[in-house]
Each structure stands twice: as C-alpha cells, then as structure tokens.
Design a protein around this ligand. Sequence first.
Ligand SMILES: C[S@@+](CC[C@H](N)C(=O)[O-])C[C@H]1O[C@@H](n2cnc3c(N)ncnc32)[C@H](O)[C@@H]1O
Length: 407
Amino acid sequence: MSEQVRIDAVGRQGDGIASTPQGRVHVAYTLPGELVEIAREGDRGTLLHIIEPSAERIAQRCKHFGECGGCALEHWAAEPYLAWKRSLVAEALAREGVSAEVAQTMPAYGAGRIRAVFHSGRGAKKEAVGFAKRRSHEIVDLDECPVLAPLLEAALPLARQLAKILLSTGKPIDLHVTVAERGLDIDIRGPGKLPKPIESRVVSFAAEKKVLRISLHGEPLAQLMPPTHLIGSVRVTLPPAPFLQATAEGERVLAEKVMQAAEGAKFAADLFSGIGTFALRLASKMKVSAFDNHEPSIAALQAAAKSPGLKPVTASVRDLFRWPLVADELKKIDLVVLDPPRVGAEAQTRELAKSKVKKVAYVSCDADTFARDAKTLVDGGFKLVAVTPVDQFQYSPHIELVGVFKR
Ligand SMILES: C[S@@+](CC[C@H](N)C(=O)[O-])C[C@H]1O[C@@H](n2cnc3c(N)ncnc32)[C@H](O)[C@@H]1O
C-alpha cells in the first residue's frame, strides 16, 4: 500500500528523510520539502511518485541514475547540494563538541574521476560490467558515466571486452582501472591464478588495445610501459591498483591546502603517505619522513624521492594503527600531515595529543572519524583553526576535507 510523506531533510547517506507517526522513513532520490508517494518497508520507502517537487530539483545527467548505486544526488542543484556537504562536516564536529569555522565546500571535479573499480560476473546478469546497484550485488551494465574522466569513461567498452575473456573462469571480476599519464593501468582482482590460455588472451588484449599495464592481483601480466603519475613536478611510477585521489583537481586542491598549512615548517612527517601525494610536494621545501603500510606505495615513493631538486625524503613501511609514531619520534617534526583511510587515525592522534608537535594538517575522507580524532587533538591542546570540505565525489554522499590544527 502506498502513502504520502513530506521530506524534511537529506540524511548522511544522501537519502531524503521524512518524519511520520510511525517513525522516520528514508526515501532515496528525494529532496527537502518534497511531498512524495512511497511504498514503505520498515524505515525505508521506495519513491513511487513526486507529488510536489522541490524548486532545487534538477534534471539527471546520467541515464543510469536511479539504478546505479554510484550516485545518490544527481537530482539536486549545486548550491544546496554543496551546502549539505558542508553541513555533514559541521554537524559531525558539533556532535563531538569541537568548535570550528567550516568553510564553504570546494567543488573539485576537474575533468572527472581518474580511477574506478568496474565489477563483473555477479548477480543474474553475469556479463554486465559497471557498478553495483543500490543495496544489491546486481551490476548495472554501464555504457556511460559522466563523472569519470573521458579516458576512463572510454575504457568501459574495453573493460567489457576484458571481462568477457576473464568470465570464462566463472569467478566474479573486479577491474581496478587508473588513468596514468600516458594511458590506462588495469589491475584484475578476483579470478585467482589464470589458466594459461586465458592469460595469453589477456596479454594479447593488452598489446592490441595499448593498455600501459595489466596486472593480476598486483602482479604484472603485460606492460607496454610503466604507468606514471605526476606529483607536482615529480614523476612517480605507479604500483598496481595505486591509491590516487579521486580527481586530479581534488589532488591539486587538497595539496594546495596542505602546502599552505606547511608554510614555515622545516621538517614534516607525512603519515598514511601512499605514493607521496603530499610528501613529494612538501619535499620541494622541507625534509620529509613518510610512512604507510603499503609496501609497493612506499617503494614507489622511495624511487621518486631520488628525483633532482628535492630535500631529503625517507619513506618507511609501518602499520600506523598498531605502531603510531610516538612523541619521542616526533620531537624534530614541526608539521604532521595525516591522510588515513575512512576509519581515521585514532591511535596516531592519541600520540600526537601527547607530543610537542605544533601543527597538524589532517586530510580526511570521513567526517565522523575526522571529528572523533579532532576531539582527541583538541583535548590534547590543539585548536582546529581551519576546516575546508572538498568535494571530489560529485553526487555521492562522500566528502573529503582538510583540517588544520595548531597549538
Ligand atoms: C586515503 S589514502 C592516502 C594516501 C596518500 N596520502 C594520497 O593522498 O595519495 C590512505 C593511505 O593509508 C594507508 N594505510 C591504510 N591503513 C594503514 C595502516 N594501518 N598503517 C599505515 N598506512 C595505512 C593506505 O595504504 C593508503 O595509502
């Protein structure tokens, strides 16, 4: 049976939320103020019809919107959408009792996303290649995705051909596709060791399609030339399936904020450094010690750190969740850059709170864990002096940010 509800707000996952006598109900693809007809199942409602649309509703950009789980908010005008992203950060900080001025959200889409994971071999339609549907393992067979960089969007037919070769293994496939400087880098995950005939077809495919490198679970199968990525003026040879910021513009904006925070520092620690997105830029101005638990990324950073014109960089493999840098190791450091995964940097911020470090630039991809860690730093004597939300994941509920702490 259907019912009518009025949407009050957009929640943290990007769904509209209506308060009803039976409790709150989440309705995807709706906007604040809208009167909608829904089919309710528990605390979720499926949108059947928009009775009174919001003035903020805009036309969707992608034909797969509403089916593909990649985007949640293509139907919202840019201004209220960016303000909502800012509110996610401000509200997370308020929940932790951390006061700070949160700047306007900076859109950082540039030419689109430079990495994606295309799935195949799952659900009823095994040959589909794309992203998962909302709340499902079924794959939407994508033939467009406007948020991707043109080279990555153009890789969809290639991914489909490669998946076809790999699907004869009968296993689900993930293709980690990265836009490198001179072409595409693809890491295949999921099928395990390939039978020889399939491996040969993959190698021929790489040569025919001029893919820079195809690797399998991180082990190169075919390489036309090493895939590279430019960090500032330093060229880094990428490990397979590297972590890169989602868009080139996002990387530029985050790095600009980190470099501003670094002004005056002489020795920086870049924690959760990856391949050196911040470390290699900082090294144009100061000594840097970088740490990450991903050996191939640290090896790539060590090699790139030998580039001319850089101050000394040391890069070490270390699990910073289990062995965070302690106060004694941080004695000579005057700036710490943190860029942890979504779970945040709980153990490391506890050590920073006990240390004498004066400045921390915290790059985060999760407002809640950032706010938790911010509280630890503030309780340890830091002040959160600037927070800038940065939107690299257009139309999704994700938000990146840079927080600068000083004492
Ligand atoms: C959000 S990425 C940031 C990478 C880099 N700063 C950049 O911008 O490209 C998070 C990084 O944390 C690293 N990481 C994840 N868990 C870790 C751990 N327990 N200890 C150290 N590094 C870890 C990952 O390998 C990844 O490089």
